[in-house]
Design a protein around this ligand. Sequence first.
Ligand code: XBP
Ligand code: MG
Length: 270
Amino acid sequence: MLRALLWDVDGTLAETEEQGHRIAFNEAFAAARLPWHWDPTVYRGLLAITGGKERLRAWWQQIDPAGAAAPGVTHRIALLHADKTRRYVARVAAGRIGLRPGVQRLLLQARAAGLRQAIATTTTADNVEALLAATLGGPDGLSPAGLFDCIGAGDVVAHKKPAPDVYQWVLQRLGLQADECLAIEDSAPGVAAALAAGLPVLVTRSAYTAGDALPPVLADLDGLGEASAPARGCWAGQAWQGVVDIEQLRALHARPPWHPLQRGRALPPA
Ligand code: XBP
Ligand code: MG
């Protein structure tokens, strides 16, 4: 039985990578007088490394292995990343990043249907709070605390996605088994983390992951869809187009066995 939706953040709730993180990294590089710039092509490659501090270290090692091994690098990365986080939070707080189509609708439907909801992300907790406050909060808005039972973010676990740790951390706090939940993800590291935690997965591909090779999952779509712009993709092994709602998610999740589908053997039509 489906009891909870576990949401990824970057790329899933919002197109934060291109509209927020990449720009904030580049602004932090300029402010630190570093001759670094991550254009979209470079950044796409760097997204294989999850976590901003980890991404910075990998980049440093790539372009300057000796410098990256020097004393004090961890501290410099921490300072650079803290500045990047401040800049990202400011962009989000200024309303420059909105939720992806269908996200707010599905969050509200899930709450009305009595499903529990949680966040499982590699991004910094401050970034998540800023995004939720800017997009859902406000005088007439939703309280993120009222929507999410648990927020697993950033350094709450030692090993970020594709390790399953953040999903396991969230499952433990929710007191739920993996097969009582559905993870909503957009990227290869995120899908790998969710599958490694034993979760059924729905993918809503984002701008940076639209063409990526991903393992088979319950549904692999280009978004959640709205009536004016339905989502397209693969649903339970079949070509599909429509608007993702809670009843469909319950049916998808309840359709036994979903494990073979995620191992790549498509089920026959229902
Ligand atoms: C995606 C990420 C994040 C952000 C950067 O996370 O890899 O690391 O790119 O965030 P997810 P920080 O899709 O799991 O939300 O700089 O705060 O680490
Ligand atoms: Mg993501």
